[in-house]
Design a protein around this ligand. Sequence first.
Ligand SMILES: Nc1nc2c(ncn2[C@@H]2O[C@H](COP(=O)(O)OP(=O)(O)OP(=O)(O)O)[C@@H](O)[C@H]2O)c(=O)[nH]1
Ligand SMILES: [Mg+2]
Length: 384
Amino acid sequence: MESQLAEVRAALSQSGESTFEGAKAKAELAVQELNNVTLHIAVTGVTGAGKSSFVNALRRVQDGEEGAAPTGVEETTMEPTMYRHPTMPNVNIWDLPGIGTKNFRAREYIKMVNFNTYDFFLILTSTRLHENDIMLAKEIEKNKKKFYFIRTKVDQDVDAEKRKGKTGEQTLSLLRHALEEKLKDLGSVRIFLMSSWELHKFDFNELIRVLEKDLPDNKRNALIQSLPVYSMEILDKKYNTFKKVTWVSAFASGAVGAIPVPGVSAAFDLPMILAFLTKCYFSFGLDENSLKKLSERVNKPIFAKVHESKFIKAISTRSLALLAVELSSYLALEGLEAALRFIPFLGIVTGAVMSFTTTLLALSKGLDELYKAAKEVVEMAGLD
Ligand SMILES: Nc1nc2c(ncn2[C@@H]2O[C@H](COP(=O)(O)OP(=O)(O)OP(=O)(O)O)[C@@H](O)[C@H]2O)c(=O)[nH]1
Ligand SMILES: [Mg+2]
């Protein structure tokens, strides 16, 4: 009980408001902003640089799969194509046309691809950096947006150089220095070495760290929540972004439309809790489709166990009834009303406060359960 109350106290102090009503009004605005945030990522670079393959890797769809961006030596993307994230509809990844190698005009190109649409640009380059990549970067900078250079297909370089006796580290270090040298006119440009075949290796995490710093709060959260779970670090980041919004979600929910749960004295907003946890469930890669793909990728047929958990089942089948049972058995609320009186901030405990408290505790518990399951998956898959 003490730790639960500490959670409620922390939520109240995070709101920075002195009344429950004030905190609620602020939270409602924050939730509206969260729901309206969109992120548009532009993926550009010369023809064949690996743009479409990278878009697919970010969206966790395999090349050739339904809804995947067409890839291959013959497949050229001729106009900007938007690919919605499969589970986060507010995150859009744009596969831009190849910038060509001849007669390139950066100013015309950025006009043609609707420059203003995008939050930032990823400029992909594979075997050779082209003058046009640099011209494009300069034009993006002139128009006050951010760009990041990504050297793709480094798996190929590592393999090829291994045959000549170089270690992976040596190859990557040489690649990095050669590119830094070529890009030195642009100032301090960061280069990220990557492979769409093995997104979890090389500089993917580093790119995310840099983007996290550069993006405003809501967009950063959207980005993190949309990422494939390729490491424990990414899973932890996801958990933290969800954890941060539990209190706003609980404040904003209120008792309106709440469903009384047998055995729990305060009604709480079960549909909102289910919607929130469903988002976490997909973001953590716990859905059957993601688990199946991971299982194939790491060649370990062990993830079906995750769906044996009653809690996960409640979410995967979107069953309010099952979720209510799971949560009410956790929320042993008998002592809660009395305990709440000890929080000086609250004064008199009202139905709304009770509803807020139970909703917050349910969200936290649900999030922790999903995180625990996802952590086990990451460990079993050997991704940590
Ligand atoms: N080994 C390796 N091959 C890759 C990687 N990314 C892309 N490729 C291959 O490179 C070729 C071109 O990839 P695409 O993703 O179609 O390139 P693109 O930039 O979209 O090309 P355009 O649409 O023609 O401009 C394909 O044969 C891909 O399979 C990678 O990370 N590693
Ligand atoms: Mg393409």
